[in-house]
Design a protein around this ligand. Sequence first.
Ligand SMILES: [Zn+2]
Length: 140
Amino acid sequence: MNKFIYRNKKWLYKKYVTERKSFDTISKETGINRSTLAKWTYKLGIPTRNLSESHKGQVPHNYKGFHYNGKYLGRYVNKKKVLIHREVMAEKLGRKLKRGEVVHHINENSTDNRPENLKLCSSPGRHLADEHHKVYGKSV
Ligand SMILES: [Zn+2]
């Protein structure tokens, strides 16, 4: 195995995001140091899911460059703020999200950005009607 395989974003994404393995598991499998894996996950811009798992929504503002606006997790890419749930959904779909498309958190924990917790809605109206049983524009 390539000694520097952890620098390969596709490989790391597959292990960490698609196969949902923890750094500990990947470390045991490959012998790569846990902190090396964590460092490269961050470096390669792969969203770290243990944010929601370990902090249960209480994420410090400055956690590893992530930033929490009271509801959603984001990070800065080229000085532009990117919301993690939209980024994870785009990765899951293999395309960029269209304007107006909304990503719904199935368990209603807005910091739980695991791919299986995210659902794509075609518009804000559909999102509210289908997922929250509310009428768009009315605060129910
Ligand atoms: Zn929703």
